[in-house]
Design a binder for this molecule. Sequence first.
Ligand SMILES: [Zn+2]
Length: 104
Amino acid sequence: MNDEQPICPVCGKTLKYYDSVPRIVRAKGRQTRQVKIQRFRCPHCGGIHRSLPEYIFPYKQYESEIIRGVLEGFITCETLGYEDYPCEMTMLRWKSSQELQMLL
Ligand SMILES: [Zn+2]
């Protein structure tokens, strides 16, 4: 467990634990698994914020870096230096994925 205190992205105050909600994430090989997402409430603005840990990326850690790079546009099919970089279709799918965008 990560007991680092999350911070409200709106007002920068320390968030208080609110509840946790189940969430289905895709893993490799068409498998799915359920993870618990903790939600936190800001005592200042009352906003509910989710904690989105790195592991929710449906890929391995180093691949999440690649996903980030693709979404931010500095990794393309022509980018050298990335082994196992995704094919163009995969990149397009990532770019159109609201869910992944939210994770950044
Ligand atoms: Zn707040």
